[in-house]
Every structure is written in structure tokens, then in C-alpha cells.
Design a protein around this ligand. Structure first.
Ligand code: SF4
Ligand code: SF4
Length: 457
């Protein structure tokens, strides 16, 4: 049987190299502890400066809704320049940004070290932090981003039944819309009463202690994530089995809090810092004990690799964790390079629509998931590098759901035309959002579940 084929867009040459820009981007630490960070006068000055540069550039117009909103505000203003836009309308641009980071990492030629020093996502983050501090974020959005609390409650068996039934009931979805601002048609994930920690039976020490290869130590402590714990425990089980099948020792991090990404997207930096206080000592302990770290959700890996280090640039624990946390497919491809990946796949996967999520692309690790899936014989891959539009609460909330579906539309059209057997993305929310846009005519799966299926284990 022939080795898997990639059907369309080729990987960026150089594996994950930036798509635009003049040199390797550098990023400034986030000055979130200073009072000046929350001062609206310098914030508005910087917003005006950057909005003006973006208006002259327009390169990001198709990435999300923030840029079309910005350009319309300017083009329809009295002066047709940024000085003609009412300052209070500046927030309309901020409200459409979900911090996917694509405009910084893959598009903008003016990021530092360029003298224009444009960091659009972190300017949006600062504006969101000001909004949050000013009490302008509603209770419903604060509640929705308490992913661990919601997951913990929803996994109590009798509650699980009720929550999942409510999700399926159009009448109850209207109630949920009024209470929490969740659009009645948005895809809401299923909850499970047996969490990943209940379900995954990991016996450490059953394998010979890890064999190092390249940057990997062959021993993985898994940061399960809120979504992995309560919404996709089966995927966590699949990941553990694939790792162990490849002679990688695995344990679950026993006690964890949310990585903080949902709170970051809200501008609630104090909560991000609180979660960091909980998670970092535990993760650092595992690193000191010789384990590598991994999380099954790209956004959570990105938090430990990028956002928390930029918030705490001098924290030794944070830097040690940053250096040791991996994306699952990045890890497996390191093992493959050393000849340690079992490529004896037994089942072809057919035709896949594989979506590379934004928060994985911006890690600059290259399309490792696609590369591994390509090793599976009898597998064809429709490779999609485009934002799905889901991005946390953006695809859920009543006021942004229509935009989220609009952003997903080109992907949905392409996947429909490709007539695939599976829709897959490392971001399970993105895969569900795309499948939802297709009317759930195709199953959405995590790629690690497909790898397990291909192994027949
Ligand atoms: S970070 Fe993403 S959502 Fe925000 S402005 Fe940039 S491309 Fe748009
Ligand atoms: S973020 Fe950069 S690339 Fe995008 S529109 Fe603004 S200046 Fe242009």
C-alpha cells in the first residue's frame, strides 16, 4: 500500500517559517504589572498609531473580523483617515479580536525588530485588559471562561445528563442564550461523567525508563487540559495509548488548573497569573524529575510556550517549563527522526480534511501533524491552513457566532467539495466548528485518535 499523500497546499518551505515579514520576529514582554499598561491615554495613542499603519497596509483584511471593522470605520469616517474615527469606536475592533496571533506571526512585516514595532494581537490584549479592569466584561463571559469549574460541575453524573440534554433541546438553548449569551445554534461540546483522570489507567514504570532522542527524553507528563479532562477524555486515552505504543512512558499531571487561555482572551490577566501560580510548580517538579511535558490542545501548549513566558519573562520555573513542553505531533516526529516511531500502520484512513489550527501554526513547529498523518498508507490529506473562526468563546457567543460561521465558510465549502471521510484538527473545537458548519455530515476527530485507529490498537 502506498504511503499517505497530501492533496493540496504544500507546507511552508522550511517547515513553519514565517509567511511574511523581513526577519525573525521578536516579542516584547507584556508589561501587565505596570500602572501605565492600564492607562487609557497612552493606550489610545498607540491604538491610533497602529490602526493608521494597518489602514495603509491592509494585508490582514481576510484574517478575521477585526480588520474589516477597522477599515470600514476609517473609510466611512469624515476624513477617511484614522483621525476621523470616534475614539469610542476603537473598541469595536478590539471586540472582534480573539487573539489567534496569526496577524503577528504569519502576516505582519512590521513586527519588531522593524522600527514600526507593530504587535497587533498584544495591543488588542492590552485593550482587553483595560476593558476588564474597567468592569466592562459581563458576568456571563466571565462564567463561560471558568472552564474547569464548569467542566467539574458538568461531569457530576446527574448534571452531565441534564447539561447534554439541555444542549440538544432548542427550547432550553433559548434559555441558555438569555442566561449566558450562547447562540442557540452554536456547537456546544458534550460533557462526560468519567473524566480523563477517571478513565485513563496509566501505570508508570511499566516501560523501561525513557529513551532520549533529539530534544525528547522519552518520558511524558501529560497536562490533560480542561477540555481533555471533561469534553474529550477519549482523546486523552488515545494519546496515552499512542505514546505508550511507541515506548514512551506516560503519566498524567495529577493536579492542574486551566492553562489560562480563556481568561487571557478576556483580558483577565490576574486570573491567568493565579492559574500560573498553581500550575507552574507542579509542571516544574515534573521537569526536574526528568519528564517532558505535553498537552493535547495547541492553545494550552501556546500558553506555556509563549504567553505566560511573556508575562513572567524572568521566572526560572516558567522558562524551564517553556523549554520542555511539546505539541504531541511535534514530539512524535522528533521520535520518528530518530527512528523510534512505529510506522507499522495497519489501517488506511482514506481521505482526511486536516485543519492546522492557528495556535499551533504560530508555534513555528511546522506542520508536524500533517507530516505524521502522511506516513499512514492509504491516507490522503486535504491540508487546510486557515482560521476556523471558532477561537474559544468567539464561536459560542450570540454577538459573534455569525462572524465565526462566516470565517469558517471557505473551509466548510472546501471540505464539502473534497468529499472526505474525516474532518480533523489538533484543535477539537475547530474540528467541531467546521463539522457543525457542514451540518455534521462528516465525523470530527482528533488526529491522535485517527493515528490510534491506523495502528489498530
Ligand atoms: S490576533 Fe487573530 S483575531 Fe486578533 S486581529 Fe490578529 S488575526 Fe485577527
Ligand atoms: S497587523 Fe501588520 S500586516 Fe496586518 S494590517 Fe496591520 S500592519 Fe498590515
Amino acid at each position: 500500500m502506498e504511503t499517505g499523500q497530501v492533496m493540496s497546499e504544500a507546507a511552508p518551505k522550511g517547515g513553519g517559517k514565517r509567511e511574511g515579514g523581513l526577519g525573525a520576529p521578536t516579542r516584547h514582554p507584556i508589561d501587565w504589572k505596570s500602572e501605565a499598561f492600564y492607562d487609557e491615554v497612552p493606550l489610545f495613542k498607540e491604538l491610533e498609531r497602529v490602526y493608521d499603519i494597518c489602514h495603509g497596509c491592509r494585508r490582514c483584511v481576510s484574517l478575521c473580523q477585526s480588520f474589516p471593522v477597522l477599515f470600514d470605520l476609517i473609510d466611512e469616517s469624515r476624513t477617511m483617515e484614522v483621525d476621523g474615527v470616534d475614539k469610542k469606536d476603537y473598541w469595536k475592533v478590539v471586540d472582534q479580536c480573539y487573539l489567534c496571533d496569526l496577524c503577528y506571526q504569519v502576516k505582519c512585516p512590521y513586527v519588531p525588530p522593524h522600527e514600526w514595532n507593530v504587535d497587533f494581537p498584544h495591543l488588542m490584549l492590552r485593550a482587553k485588559a483595560v476593558q476588564f479592569k474597567n468592569g466592562e466584561v459581563g458576568a456571563a463571559r466571565k462564567l463561560l471562561t471558568n472552564t474547569r469549574t464548569i467542566g467539574g460541575l458538568a461531569s457530576i453524573p446527574v448534571v452531565t445528563e441534564m447539561v447534554n440534554a439541555a444542549n440538544r433541546s432548542p427550547t432550553l438553548r433559548k434559555v441558555v442564550k438569555n442566561l449566558l449569551g450562547v447562540h442557540p445554534d452554536a456547537h456546544v461540546p458534550t460533557y462526560h461523567s468519567r473524566s480523563a483522570h477517571d478513565r485513563v489507567n496509566v501505570v508508570t514504570g511499566a516501560l523501561p525508563s525513557g529513551r532520549a532522542a533529539g530534544p525528547t527524553r522519552g518520558k511524558v507528563a501529560l497536562f490533560v487540559t480542561c477540555y481533555g479532562e471533561y469534553n474529550m477524555p477519549q482523546v486523552v486515552d488515545d494519546l496515552v495509548r499512542v505514546l505508550r505504543h511507541n515506548a514512551i512512558e506516560v503519566k498524567l499531571i495529577e493536579q492542574e488548573q486551566c492553562c489560562g487561555m480563556p481568561k487571557l482572551e478576556l483580558g483577565d490577566l490576574e486570573s491567568v497569573a493565579r492559574y500560573k501560580q498553581f500550575n507552574l510548580p507542579v509542571l516544574h517538579e515534573a521537569v526536574k524529575d526528568g519528564w517532558d511535558l505535553m498537552a493535547p490542545i495547541p492553545s494550552c501548549v501556546l500558553m506555556f510556550r509563549q504567553e505566560i513566558p511573556l508575562m513572567f519573562p524572568d521566572d526560572a520555573e516558567v522558562l524551564a517549563v517553556k523549554a520542555r513542553i511539546f505539541d504531541p505531533f511535534e514530539y512524535l516526529m522528533h521520535r520518528h527522526k530518530a527512528g523510534l516511531l512505529d510506522t507499522g500502520f495497519r489501517k488506511p484512513l482514506g481521505k482526511l480534511a486536516y485543519h492546522a489550527p492557528c495556535h499551533q501554526r504560530v508555534q513555528n513547529i511546522g506542520p508536524k501533524t500533517r507530516d505524521l498523518l502522511s506516513l499512514i498508507p492509504g491516507t490522503q490529506i486535504e491540508f487546510i491552513e486557515r482560521c476556523s473562526g471558532h477561537d474559544g468563546t468567539y464561536g459560542l457567543c450570540d454577538e459573534t457566532y455569525a462572524y465565526a460561521m462566516k470565517i469558517a465558510k471557505p473551509i466548510v465549502t472546501r471540505v464539502n467539495q473534497a468529499d472526505v471521510d474525516h474532518v480533523t484538527s489538533d484543535c477539537p473545537m475547530a474540528a467541531d466548528h467546521i463539522a457543525h458548519g457542514m451540518g455534521n455530515t462528516k465525523p470530527a476527530s482528533h488526529p491522535i485518535s485517527l493515528v490510534r485507529m491506523a495502528y489498530g490498537i
